[in-house]
Design a protein around this ligand. Structure first.
Ligand SMILES: *Cc1c(COP(=O)(O)O)cnc(C)c1O
Length: 466
């Protein structure tokens, strides 16, 4: 493959951020074969035989080790990871405090089911959530296995607590792949296509999307509220579920004032505000939660992804009186709040606190914004650089074009750039309703040198596809 770069890394081993996840792994980009290499291709063949085709891969290299900001594959290639397994390994892969606590826990016991015989780790995670999530009111939490499950349970709580059934969501939203959360997710392909019929009583309103609607926060909120009042009726709505910074929908940051205006409307109308912080939470945006940016205090918060350093754990945290509205036994599940996953979360939170990873996310964000702004200045295909903290993106559109919803998305160029980055050993992810957004969400344990090198590769990929 023409893009193969063999051992271009000018720095070897010493490039570390404030934490060194996967402690012994050299922090460098080094390609020994084409990407994917021969052993990965063999494994991919086995995958094709026995894994359902519906389960895809962004980049089919098979990983044997990961740490800090790199992934090492079966062919010995060391790739720079700007995806963090979709915003999960924020503290770095195999972060020391996560590994230590998981090893201790897994050797002590692996499962009892918290609903049968409880254990302390679950309670400790809920204590941490009460402290860290927005607002200083009394809070309680319940733990689950996946983000979608947390969103489903937030809706269950909101319905019982309000006695209403309607659920409001916005355009471009992503809330998961279960039946209820597919209904709440906006995009058809690939998340919903052919999987209906979906759960009812979901009402979708426009979202603030500054690049495409040109509205300020107050105007965009007025438009959202108008649709909800006319098409659902505020009195029928149990909750409004919204990502404070959109994840899969394209890292869209709503115009300033948008979320506070929605929060005020929710409060006035007895509609619970549910912040889906599954992607934006736990230091990703440069604060513990994205809601902190404008001082928005949601009634319920859903968390998952970055919370547990790679182990499956999710939570609903909310006002104590709302969470307690549900009858005994109404919330739970066999594995929810598994002790090993709780230990991992406590380790991840320890890493975030000890190394001020929210501060580190702001530094990483500043570096990425500088590099992406420079790329945008040279390549008019970049319609916007946006994001917050270590959650940055560029949206690619045909320069000077006007489509039915603003500038015409350029998904082909986006895919070509991502493919070039992958071939050169940098893992990048795309997203957005039109598939024309490149998103960058490195581990917060990545070092500056490695990050600069990754963006050298991204800049080369823009130039090579021009
Ligand atoms: C990933 C994600 C979900 C779903 O989480 P899963 O763990 O994949 O079920 C829900 N909401 C948001 C904002 C997400 O980014």
């Amino acid at each position: 493959m023409e893009d193969t770069v063999v051992s271009t890394a000018p720095h070897t081993g010493e490039t570390r951020g404030p934490t060194a996840g996967g402690p012994t792994l050299p922090q460098r980009r080094e390609l020994r074969t084409e990407v994917p290499g021969p052993r990965s291709r063999e494994l991919l063949e086995r995958k094709r035989m026995h894994v359902a085709d519906g389960v895809g891969n962004a980049l089919p290299v098979f990983v044997v080790a990961a740490g800090g900001g790199v992934l090492v594959d079966v062919d010995g290639n060391s790739l720079i990871d700007l995806g963090s397994g979709i915003a999960v390994t924020s503290v770095g892969n195999a972060a020391p405090a996560v590994v230590r606590r998981v090893q201790e826990q897994v050797a002590a016991f692996t499962h009892t089911c918290f609903m049968v015989t409880p254990y302390e780790g679950y309670v400790e995670v809920c204590e941490a959530l009460a402290e860290l999530t927005p607002g200083d009111h009394a809070k309680k939490s319940a733990l689950f296995n996946s983000g979608a499950e947390a969103v489903e349970n937030a809706v269950k709580v909101a319905r019982v607590a309000t006695g209403r059934y309607g659920v409001a969501v916005v355009d471009h939203a992503y809330h998961g792949r279960t039946n209820l959360t597919m209904a709440m997710t906006a995009k058809n392909m690939p998340y919903k296509h052919g999987f209906g019929p979906f759960a009812g009583e979901i009402y979708r309103a426009p979202m603030s999307y500054p690049l495409r609607d040109g509205l300020d926060g107050a105007q965009a909120a007025a438009r959202t509220i108008d649709v909800l009042e006319k098409q659902a009726g505020a009195d029928n709505l149990a909750c409004l579920v919204i990502e404070p910074v959109l994840g899969e929908g394209g890292f869209v940051v709503p115009a300033p004032g948008y979320l506070p205006a929605l929060a005020a409307w929710c409060r006035e109308n007895g509609v619970l505000l549910v912040a889906d912080e599954i992607q934006s939470g736990f230091c990703r945006t440069g604060d513990w939660f994205a809601c902190h940016d404008e001082g928005v205090v949601p009634d319920l918060v859903t968390t998952a992804k970055g919370m547990a350093g790679g182990l499956p754990l999710a939570a609903v945290t909310g006002r104590a009186e709302l969470m307690d509205a549900v009858h005994a036994g109404g919330l739970g599940g066999t594995y929810g709040g598994n002790p090993v996953a709780c230990a991992a979360a406590l380790g991840a939170i320890e890493e975030m606190r000890t190394h001020d990873l929210a501060g580190r996310a702001r530094e990483i964000g500043a570096l990425m914004e500088r590099r992406l702004t420079a790329i945008a200045a040279e390549h008019p295909v970049v319609a916007q650089v946006r994001g917050r903290g270590a959650m940055m993106a560029v949206e690619l559109c045909t320069p000077g074009s006007t489509g039915p919803q603003g500038p015409a998305p350029d998904a082909a160029r986006t895919a070509a750039i991502a493919a070039r980055c992958h071939a050169a050993g940098v893992v990048v992810l795309t997203c957005g309703t039109w598939g024309n957004v490149m998103r960058f969400l490195p581990s917060l344990a990545i070092g500056d040198d490695l990050l600069e090198e990754a963006f050298d590769v991204v800049a080369e990929a823009f130039a090579a596809t021009a």
